[in-house]
Design a protein around this ligand. Structure first.
Ligand code: UD1
Length: 347
C-alpha cells in the first residue's frame, strides 16, 4: 500500500460522513489528503463540525463558496484538477450529491484517477433537483460504488451498473454513534433554548425546490405553523433559507428560529424531541437513529426504507405505514471501517 486517498468535502453533510471515514482510515493506516472546496464557509456550517467531530484540518482549502451552480462547480473543477495533479492520489473519494461531489468526480475522471463514491445509488427520480444530477453523473463515473442500502444497489442495477458495487451501510449512523454520548455530556442547547420538560419538534428546510418557489415555501410554512399549535417547533435556519425568508418579509412568530446548530446540539435536540420535520436527507435518517418519527417536507425521498419501516412519511401522506419496524440496511456502525477495507486494495 503506497498510494493515498484524496477526499473531497465541501458541504455540511460531507463533514459528518468524512469524520467517520477519516477516523477509520487512521485506524487502518490509510494515507488521506482532505480537500475542502469551501462550498460551506460560515463557522456554524463548517468549522464547528471539524472541531466537534475531530476531523483533521484539510490540507487544502479551495475557497469556492457561493455563486450559481455552473460557476461554483466550474471553479471547483479547475481547482480540484490542480490539487489532484499536485497530490497524485491513487483514488479520489467523494460523498453524497452536492456540487462538490460532482466537481470532485469530474476532475478525477479526466485525470484517470479511480473514483470512490460513498452514498452511491440513491435516487429521487426527480431531475429538477441539482442533487439528482450530481449523483447520477458521479455514479456513472465511479469505480467503487459504496451503497448505504439495498434499494440503492437496485437503482444502480437498473442503470446497468453492477461492477464495483458494495453494500456498506450508512456512515452517518457511525457518526451518530460517535456523537450521542458526547452530545449528552457537552451540549447545553436544551437549557439555552428553554426546552426543559417541554414538548418540541426539530425542523429544517433548505432544499432549493422548497425555498425558491414562494407559493411552495408559504404552503410549507403554513404546514409547520399548523404543527406549532401543539408543540414548540425548533427551526435552525440554513443560510439559503434565511436569505429567502428575509426577502419575503413573512413573519414566523409561532416557530422558534435559531442559527444553524452544531452536530452535538442537533443530536441533543433529536434525543429529546418527539417529531422531526425536514427536507434534508441526512436528518430523515438521524430521526430514525433516535427512533423519532419524521415528516419529510418533499414529494419523494431517496430513503424509501424509512417510509416502508413506518418511521417517516411525506408531508402529503395521510399516515405512517404500520407496524413500525427496525431498518437493518444501515448496518451497526461498521460502515466506515468497511469503506476503508474496500478502498485499501486500490492503494
Ligand atoms: C448544499 C447541497 C445540498 C445539501 C446542502 C446541505 C448542492 C447542489 N446542494 O445546498 O445537497 O443538502 O448543501 O446543507 O450542492 N451559504 C452561506 N453560508 C454557508 C454556505 C452557504 O451563506 O456557509 C449560502 C451560499 O452563498 C448560497 C446559499 O447559502 O447563497 C446556498 O448554498 P449552496 O452551497 O449553494 O447550497 P445549499 O443550499 O447549502
Amino acid at each position: 500500500m503506497t498510494g493515498k486517498v484524496a477526499t473531497v468535502v465541501g458541504a455540511r453533510p460531507q463533514f459528518v460522513k468524512a469524520a467517520a471515514v477519516s477516523r477509520a482510515f487512521r485506524e487502518a493506516g490509510v494515507d488521506e489528503v482532505l480537500i475542502h472546496t469551501g462550498q460551506h464557509y460560515d463557522a456554524n456550517m463548517s468549522d464547528i463540525f471539524f472541531e466537534e467531530l475531530e476531523i483533521p484540518a484539510p490540507k487544502l482549502h479551495l475557497g469556492v463558496g457561493g455563486g450559481l451552480h455552473g460557476a461554483m462547480t466550474g471553479a471547483m473543477l479547475a481547482k480540484l484538477e490542480e490539487a489532484f495533479i499536485a497530490e497524485k492520489p491513487a483514488v479520489v473519494l467523494v460523498y453524497g450529491d452536492t456540487n462538490s461531489t460532482l466537481a470532485g468526480a469530474l476532475a478525477a475522471a479526466k485525470l484517470h484517477v479511480p473514483i470512490v463514491h460513498s452514498e452511491s445509488g440513491l435516487r429521487s427520480f426527480n431531475r429538477r433537483m441539482p442533487e439528482e444530477i450530481n449523483r447520477v453523473v458521479t455514479d456513472h463515473l465511479s469505480t467503487l460504488l459504496l451503497c448505504p442500502t439495498q434499494a440503492a444497489i437496485e437503482n444502480l442495477k437498473r442503470e446497468g451498473i453492477t461492477k464495483g458495487v458494495h453494500h456498506i451501510g450508512d456512515v452517518m449512523f457511525d457518526a451518530t454513534l460517535f456523537a450521542i454520548e458526547r452530545a449528552k455530556r457537552s451540549s447545553t442547547v436544551i437549557d439555552a433554548l428553554g426546552l426543559k420538560g417541554k414538548r418540541f419538534a426539530v425542523c429544517t428546510l433548505h432544499r432549493a425546490e422548497n425555498t425558491d418557489d414562494p407559493a411552495r415555501l408559504n404552503a410549507l410554512l403554513d404546514f409547520l405553523e399548523g404543527h406549532a399549535r401543539d408543540r414548540i417547533i425548533v427551526f435552525p435556519v440554513h443560510p439559503r433559507t434565511r436569505k429567502v425568508l428575509a426577502a419575503s418579509g413573512r413573519k414566523l412568530d409561532r416557530l422558534m428560529l435559531t442559527d444553524p446548530l452544531g452536530y452535538f446540539d442537533l443530536h441533543r435536540l433529536l434525543a429529546d424531541c418527539d417529531l422531526v420535520l425536514t427536507d434534508s436527507g441526512g436528518l430523515q435518517k438521524e430521526a430514525y437513529f433516535h427512533r423519532k418519527p419524521c415528516i419529510t417536507l418533499r414529494e419523494e425521498t431517496e430513503w424509501v426504507e424509512t417510509i416502508e419501516a413506518g418511521w417517516n412519511k411525506l408531508w402529503t401522506a395521510a399516515d405512517y405505514v404500520t407496524p413500525r419496524r427496525d431498518i437493518t440496511d444501515y448496518g451497526a456502525g461498521e460502515a466506515a471501517a468497511k469503506t476503508a477495507a474496500v478502498i485499501r486494495p486500490l492503494l
